[in-house]
Write a protein that binds this ligand. Sequence first.
Ligand SMILES: *Cc1c(COP(=O)(O)O)cnc(C)c1O
Length: 387
Amino acid sequence: MDKFIPLSVPNFKGNELNYVADAVKAEWVSTGGAYIDRYEREIAHYLNIETAVACQSGTAGLHLALILAGVKADDEVIVPTLTFIAAVNPVTYLQAHPIFMDCDDSLCMDMDKLSEFCQKECDFKDHKLINKSTGRHIKAIVVVHVFGNMADMPAVMDVAEQYNLKVIEDATEALGSYYTDGPYQGKYAGTIADIGAYSFNGNKIITSGGGGMLVSSDLNILKQAKYLSTQAKDDPANFTHGDVGYNYRMTNLQAALGVAQLEQLEHFITIKKENYFHYRNEINYGFQGLRLLDFRENVRPNYWFYSLYIEDTDKYSRDQIIERLKNENIQTRPLWGLIHEQKPYLQAQSYKIEKAFHYYNRIVNIPCSSNLSTDDVFKVIEAIKFI
Ligand SMILES: *Cc1c(COP(=O)(O)O)cnc(C)c1O
């Protein structure tokens, strides 16, 4: 059997063991310790921002972000249907309600439909956007930078300004992506809207085992995030608490791993970019009916995930490609099941979902790990040739 080629796995070739051993030797393994502060500082430095707050996962970060955006029970939040479900579940944790939006050709939220929805399906009264069909107050938008591409941030920020909505950037897949042009030139994914969240889960571009990071230009929000993530302690010595907090702080062990990974992030992006173009050159010019999806033009993506797109569905089917590559010991995956079709969300409102179905049936994510060799890339291409 040929060597197994996984879809997306961690790459530990730097100081990971040194730093984790150091944290263990120092006996600082839990939610206090020097690596946590260092990781926050170094992420902030990388993103050209003042500060960041480490937390236990991307999901925990998004939960805190929604709380700090003022989302409460019975509010509504606009979310994408084409994403990982963790981008949406925190809305439900707060007993608020998601409204599902379609994607555009970048796989990120369709901002024209977003704007149309706000204009046609809502009333804007007393600085509040009210959903006509439910009478509920829409407070926020969660926008996801899918696969390391960037959502159309200028468009979403315009809508948010017009209708007094908070915007949360789910940048869990897009650490390192930034605009190279336009009004947000030089701005990293996650640092543009009110609050941004990153994830360091095992399949993300860098990992801390599990973990997340929150950023905001509003330092008070970050202060609150840290407070809520550490059980809302007002006075640590006497155990007085001013709010219902959470045990959402990152551990020093996770942070040690994260610091070592961050040192290699730009290197990982370089490798992922090279492999992306190897695939793209072979597939876009060598195969009729298949191509690799492009990233947005005015963006330096982090090239996290590669999307093989089926143009000709008479010639190729998604499941046939997945099956064929599986037989060659190559791991791939389809897109996430659309969230508005998942059991917990069948009753939720969705707005003109069309493109998400189109892409759902036509995309296969192909191996993209930062330790994928050029040989492996060509093995995957060879396997696709024999379909
Ligand atoms: C990975 C991911 C998350 C959740 O991050 P965790 O650290 O696994 O909790 C949220 N949203 C999206 C879009 C993701 O890909």
